[in-house]
Ligand binder design. Structure first.
Ligand SMILES: Cc1cc2nc3c(=O)[nH]c(=O)nc-3n(C[C@H](O)[C@H](O)[C@H](O)COP(=O)(O)OP(=O)(O)OC[C@H]3O[C@@H](n4cnc5c(N)ncnc54)[C@H](O)[C@@H]3O)c2cc1C
Length: 463
C-alpha cells in the first residue's frame, strides 16, 4: 500500500505537538497528527492539571482545619468526599483533553490518526496498517513513570502518578517511595485528605538537587503536618502483607520495615522512545533513552526533531512548550532560536510552594563564581503574616562583580508567581541594583524581593 504523503507528521499531542501542528497548518502545510492515548499527554491527563486540581482540594481541607486561626468557626474535622474531589479533577482534565482533541480535529488540512506510531524509515511512520510519509517529522512522545526493578515489586500492587488519578477513596496509609517533586505533591495532598503518609527516600534528604536549607525547610513543614519521613533508605524492597504491604529499608534510624496499605512509586520517569523505531530512521539516543538533539532540537536524522520530555532537555510543560516555539520559529521565521538560551525555572507545588530560577547555591560554589546571597524568612514578609502562611524563606544569589542575579529559591506563599519577577530581570541581564529600584505593589511577596537584596553576605567559593 502506498504511503499517505504529508508536509509534516507530529507524533504525540503533549505540550509541544498540538501548538506545532496548529502553527504549521496555519502556515499552509499539510499535517498529520498521531496520538496513541489521551489527547493532551501527561500534563493534561495525569500530570500538572489533575495534580494541581487535587492540590487545590487538599488546600481547602487544610484551610478548613485551620479556620479557627482566622476567627472562622467551622467543623475542624472536615469530611473529605474523595469521589467529589476526583469528579472535580476529572471534569477539569476532561475539558482540557477534549479541547486539545477538538482543536486538532478542526485544523485546516490536517489528519488525526489514533494509534501507536513507529518510524519505519528515515521519513516514514507506521500507524496500525497505515504508512505516512513526510520530509519533516516531529516527535513529542513524552515519558512514563519509571518502575525500578526493586526486590518484590512484582508481588505487590503499586500506584504511579497515572493510577493515582483513579483513586476515589482515601488510602489508610500511603507509602510513597521517592522524595522528589512528584512524590512530595502527592504525599502532602493525601496527608491533607486524611491518609497516614510515609515518604521513603534513598538519599539523606528530600529534593536533593535543591540546596540543603530548602530541603530542610520542606522536611520541617511536611513533618509538622504529620508526614513521616524515612530518609537514607538503602536497599528498598517491597513485600505483600495480610493487610497491604511493607517496604523494607535499611535506614540509619527506625524500624527496618514500613507497613502500609498502599504504595506509590514516584522515582522518576523514562522517555517513551523504546518502541518508536528510532533505529530505522537513524536517530540516536543517550544511555537513558533520551533522543539526542542539537541546540535547535534536530535529531541525528536532519528530517526529524524531538520536542519535550523525550529529548531530556527539560522535564516540564513550559520547557516542552518552549521547544515548540523554538522549532516553529526556526522553521517558519528562520529565527535561530536554541534551547540553550532558556534559563532553568520551575516550581514544586507543595504548600507553601517552591519557586526556583537559575543556579542553586551549590551550583554556584561548584562553578567557583564569586557570589553574594540574601535571605529573609517568610515570617518577615507582611503579606505572609497577613495570610497566616509564614513558612519558608526567600533566597537570592547575585554575582559580586557584575551584580547580575544568578538564581533564587523562593520557598513560601505565592512563590510560584513571585519568582517570575526575578526570571524576567535575569533574562534581560538586569543588575540587582537596578532591580531594587523598581516600585512594587504592597502588600505582596514580590515587593520584598528588593529588600532581600539589601542585606547580602559573601558566599563561600569552592576551594
Ligand atoms: C505528577 C506530575 C505532575 C507534574 N506537574 C507539572 C507541573 O506542575 N508543571 C510542569 O511544568 N510540569 C509538570 N509535570 C511534567 C509535565 O507533565 C511534562 O513535562 C510534560 O507533560 C511533558 O510534555 P511532553 O509534550 O514532552 O510529553 P507528554 O505530555 O508526555 O505527551 C506525550 C504524548 O505522546 C503520546 N505518544 C507517546 N508515544 C507515542 C507513539 N509512539 N505514538 C503516538 N503517540 C505517542 C502520548 O500518549 C502522549 O499523549 C508533571 C509531571 C507529572 C508526572
Amino acid at each position: 500500500m502506498s504511503a499517505a504523503a504529508f508536509d509534516a507528521i507530529i507524533v504525540g499531542t503533549g505540550q509541544a505537538g498540538p501548538s506545532l501542528a496548529a502553527r504549521l497548518s496555519g502556515a499552509g502545510l499539510k499535517v498529520a497528527v498521531v496520538e496513541k492515548h489521551k489527547f493532551g499527554g501527561t500534563c493534561v491527563n495525569d500530570g500538572c492539571t489533575p495534580t494541581k486540581a487535587m492540590v487545590a482540594s487538599a488546600y481547602a481541607a487544610h484551610l478548613a482545619r485551620r479556620a479557627a486561626d482566622y476567627g472562622v468557626a467551622v467543623d475542624p474535622n472536615p469530611r473529605i468526599d474523595m469521589q467529589r474531589v476526583k469528579a472535580r479533577k476529572d471534569e477539569i482534565v476532561r475539558n482540557s483533553s477534549r479541547g486539545v482533541e477538538r482543536w486538532m480535529e478542526g485544523l485546516k488540512d490536517a489528519t488525526v490518526y489514533r494509534g501507536h506510531a513507529r518510524l519505519v524509515g528515515r521519513s516514514e511512520i507506521q500507524v496500525g496498517s497505515q504508512t505516512l510519509r513526510a520530509d519533516k517529522i516531529f516527535l513529542n512522545v513524552g515519558g512514563r513513570p519509571s518502575v525500578p526493578a526493586m526486590p518484590g515489586i512484582d508481588t505487590v500492587p503499586y500506584l504511579t502518578n497515572v493510577t493515582m488519578m483513579d483513586l476515589d477513596f482515601v488510602p489508610q496509609h500511603l507509602v510513597v517511595i521517592g522524595g522528589s517533586y512528584v512524590g512530595l505533591e502527592f504525599a502532602q495532598m493525601f496527608r491533607r485528605f486524611g491518609s497516614r503518609v510515609t515518604i521513603v527516600e534513598m538519599g539523606p534528604r528530600l529534593v536533593a538537587r535543591e540546596d540543603e536549607d530548602v530541603s530542610l525547610e520542606i522536611q520541617s513543614f511536611l513533618r509538622d503536618e504529620g508526614i513521616e519521613l524515612r530518609l537514607h533508605a538503602k536497599c528498598i524492597s517491597v513485600q505483600k502483607e495480610a493487610k497491604g504491604l511493607s517496604v523494607g529499608l535499611d535506614c540509619e534510624e527506625g524500624s527496618p520495615r514500613e507497613a502500609g496499605t498502599h504504595l506509590l512509586l514516584a522515582v522518576g520517569r523514562v522517555p517513551n522512545t523504546d518502541d518508536l523505531g528510532l533505529e530505522a530512521a537513524g536517530i540516536t539516543t543517550d544511555k537513558r533513552g533520551f533522543i539526542e538533539v542539537d541546540e535547535a532540537l534536530r535529531t541525528s536524522n536532519p528530517n526529524v526533531w524531538a520536542l519535550g520530555d523525550c529529548n531530556g532537555k527539560g522535564a516540564f510543560t513550559h520547557t516542552a512548550y518552549n521547544d515548540y516555539e523554538i522549532v516553529a520559529d526556526n522553521l517558519l521565521s528562520n529565527a535561530g532560536r536554541k534551547h540553550t538560551d532558556r534559563l532553568p525555572v520551575y516550581a514544586l507545588y507543595t504548600d507553601p510552594p517552591l519557586g526556583r530560577v537559575g543556579l542553586t547555591g551549590r551550583e554556584i560554589k561548584e562553578k567557583g563564581i564569586k557570589a553574594l546571597v540574601g535571605k529573609r524568612p517568610m515570617s518577615r514578609v507582611a503579606r505572609a503574616v497577613e495570610k497566616g502562611e509564614t513558612r519558608g524563606f526567600l533566597k537570592i544569589h547575585v554575582e559580586e562583580g557584575s551584580k547580575r542575579i544568578l538564581g533564587a529559591a523562593l520557598l513560601g506563599t505565592g512563590a510560584d508567581e513571585s519568582v517570575h519577577s526575578l526570571l524576567d530581570a535575569m533574562y534581560v541581564g538586569m543588575p540587582y541594583t537596578e532591580f531594587q529600584r523598581h516600585v512594587r505593589i504592597h502588600p505582596t511577596v514580590s515587593e520584598l524581593l528588593p529588600t532581600v537584596l539589601e542585606d547580602l553576605s559573601p558566599e563561600p567559593v569552592a576551594a
